[in-house]
Write a protein that binds this ligand. Structure first.
Ligand code: NAD
Ligand code: DAU
Length: 360
C-alpha cells in the first residue's frame, strides 16, 4: 500500500525557484511523495538539491515536459494528484536569440503536461476530484508600466513584449482554457523578479555579484533606469505552498513584495555589499559599471500589486530587500564552487547538443 497521502510532480525542480519549492515541500510534508521532473538543461542542476536528495519522499525523474507519451505514462503509473509546473526557458535575453525554443518548452511543454494530466485524471474513477494543476507564471505577461504609474493587478490585460513573455502568456492562456473547456482544476500565479541562492548566473543579481568578485565589467543595459520589483525566492516558495493548498480553483494571484528598484541602484548596492564583505574599500569597484546597448524591447518597469494574496490568504514577504541582498551576496561568495560548476561550459555544451538549431 502507498504510504504517502499525495503524489506531487514539481516540474523544473532542479532550477532556481523550483529547487526552493522542492526543498520546502520535501521537508514540510513528509507524507507527500515529491517527484522532481526536470530535463536538466543548462539551467537545471541537481547540486541545488543535494541536501534533500536522500530523503525518502523525494524522487528525481529526468524527462522533457514536451515528451507527451512519457509524461502521460509517469502521471498514470505514479497516480500523480498534484502538479506544480515551473519548468521553462526563463531568460529574456536567450528568448531574443532563440524564440523557437521558448515556444517549444513554454507553450508546447505546458500543453503536453495539461493534456497528459487531463487524460490521466479522467481515466480514474474520481476524475478531477482532489486534483490540482498549478502553473507558475510571471508578471512580464502584463507588459510594461510607466515610471511612477500604477501596478499590475490580476485584471490587468496581457500585453507581452518579449518572446519569453509571449510564450509564458500563451501558456497561461492554455492553462485557463483547460479549466474553461474541460473543467480541469487549474490555478495560475504571476510573480515578480526573484533573487536568492541557486539562481543561474546569467540573471542580473548573481551575474553581477560574480563579476564584482572577479573585477569584471558590469554591463548595465541602456541607462540602468529600468525598474524591477524584487522578491526573495523563499518568500515566493512560501506563497506557492499556500496557494497550492488554499488558493481558489480557476483563480489567479499576483505575487510580489512591493519592492521596486531601478537597475542602477541595485548595481550600486551590490558593489557596496560585495566590497564590504570582501574587505575591500566600499564602492571601490563602482568603476566596473559599464553602460552597454539596451536589451531589444526592454520593458521599462514591472510592479506587482499582491493585495489580493495578502487579503485572501494572508501572505506577506518576510524579508526586507537589504537583508535579502546581504544574505544572497554572502551565499554566492561562500559558494564559489557551485558558481564554477554551473558556469564550467558543460551546460552551454549540453544546451547546444540538445537543441542545436532544431526549431520545434
Ligand atoms: P530556471 O531557468 O532557473 O529553471 C528552469 C528549470 O526548468 C531548469 O531546471 C530546467 O532544467 C528545467 N527545464 C527547462 N526546459 C525543460 C523541459 N523541456 N523539460 C523539463 N524541464 C525543463 O527558471 P526559474 O528562474 O527558476 O523560473 C521557474 C519558473 O518561474 C519559470 O516558469 C519562470 O517563468 C517563472 N518565474 C520566474 C521568475 C524569476 O525571477 N526567475 C519570476 C516569476 C516567474
Ligand atoms: O519579472 C519576472 C521575470 O524576471 C521572470 O519571469 C524571468 O524569468 C526572470 O529572468 C526575470 O526577468 P528580467 O529580464 O527582469 O531579469 P534579468 O535578471 O535578466 O534582468 C533584470 C534587469 O536587469 C532587466 O531590466 C535587464 C537588466 N540587465 C540584465 C542583465 C542580465 C542588465 O542591465 N544587464 C545584464 O547583464
Amino acid at each position: 500500500m502507498n504510504k504517502f497521502s499525495r503524489t506531487i510532480v514539481i516540474t523544473g525542480g532542479a532550477g532556481f525557484i523550483g529547487s526552493h519549492v522542492v526543498r520546502l515541500f520535501v521537508n514540510k510534508y513528509p507524507d507527500y511523495r515529491i517527484i522532481n521532473l526536470d530535463l536538466l538543461t543548462y539551467a537545471g542542476n541537481l547540486a541545488n538539491l543535494s541536501d534533500v536528495e536522500h530523503k525518502e519522499n523525494y524522487e528525481f525523474v529526468k524527462m522533457d515536459i514536451c515528451d507527451y507519451d512519457n509524461v502521460l505514462r509517469l502521471f498514470e503509473s505514479q497516480h500523480v494528484d498534484g502538479i506544480i509546473h515551473l519548468a521553462a526557458e526563463s531568460h529574456v535575453d536567450r528568448s531574443i536569440k532563440d524564440p523557437f525554443l521558448f515556444a517549444r518548452t513554454n507553450v508546447m511543454g505546458t500543453l503536453s503536461l495539461l493534456q497528459a494530466a487531463k487524460t490521466a485524471w479522467l481515466n480514474t474513477p474520481e476524475g478531477f476530484e482532489g486534483k490540482r494543476f498549478y502553473h507558475i507564471s510571471t508578471d512580464e505577461v502584463y507588459g510594461a508600466l510607466e515610471i511612477g504609474g500604477g501596478l499590475f493587478t490580476e485584471t490587468t490585460p496581457y500585453s507581452p513584449h518579449s518572446p519569453y513573455s509571449a510564450s509564458k502568456a500563451s501558456s497561461d492562456h492554455f492553462v485557463r482554457a483547460f479549466h474553461d473547456t474541460y473543467g480541469m482544476p487549474t490555478i495560475v500565479t504571476n510573480c515578480s523578479n526573484n533573487y536568492g541562492p541557486y539562481q543561474f548566473p546569467e540573471k542580473l543579481i548573481p551575474l553581477f555579484i560574480n563579476n564584482i568578485r572577479h573585477r569584471r565589467q558590469l554591463p548595465v543595459y541602456g541607462k540602468g533606469e529600468n525598474v524591477r520589483d524584487w522578491l526573495y525566492v523563499e518568500d515566493h516558495a512560501r506563497a506557492i505552498d499556500l496557494i497550492f493548498h488554499k488558493g481558489k480553483t480557476a483563480d489567479s494571484y499576483n505575487i510580489g513584495g512591493f519592492n521596486e528598484w531601478r537597475n542602477i541602484d541595485i548595481v550600486r548596492l551590490l558593489v557596496a555589499t560585495v566590497d564590504r564583505l570582501l574587505g575591500r574599500k566600499e564602492g571601490e569597484d563602482l568603476d566596473l559599471i559599464t553602460f552597454v546597448t539596451d536589451r531589444q524591447g526592454h520593458d521599462l518597469r514591472y510592479a506587482i500589486d499582491s493585495t489580493k494574496l495578502k487579503s485572501e490568504l494572508g501572505w506577506e514577504p518576510s524579508l526586507q530587500f537589504e537583508e535579502g541582498i546581504e544574505k544572497t551576496v554572502r551565499w554566492y561568495l561562500e559558494n564559489e564552487q557551485w558558481l564554477n560548476s554551473v558556469t564550467s561550459g558543460d551546460y552551454e555544451q549540453y544546451y547546444a547538443r540538445m537543441y542545436g538549431d532544431k526549431k520545434c
